[in-house]
Design a protein around this ligand. Sequence first.
Ligand code: FES
Length: 157
Amino acid sequence: MPKIVFLPHHEICPEGAVVEAKKGESICDAALRNGLDIEHACEMSCACTTCHVHIREGFAELPESDELEEDFLDKAWGVDPDWLLSCQVIMEEQDLVVEIPKYAIVVGTESSSLSKSWMIKSDKLISIPMRGKMDSLNLSVSAAIVIFEGLKQRNDN
Ligand code: FES
């Protein structure tokens, strides 16, 4: 069975973890089956980026991402080409070393914001100050502002 080494993550696996993956299951499935509570907001339907991981070793042996996965990864914050959606990486024979990111930016809908469960899970809630009568900004505009500011602050440090 292929092994997945998860590097330490302060909440999910502070000491790191090594799990045996079943052939044909995703990294996300293997993590969840072994008690590692990796985020998977769209229930692994390739419709979000909350399950993205950094493949530290073994990336070259993996098949290329498909177009849909790449489209979502393009929207994720601060990822490089060796980041993948863990629900879309199907294990075969290869061993992997994986890092679960420390951050995820979750943007609520324009009309109803984030669900209560996401608000409870979030370490920090932010809003964009606005003047005038607008209730909210367009979702993509909000996401662009938050990602821009996040990258700016990261580069300033
Ligand atoms: S859980 Fe949403 S893309 Fe993987």
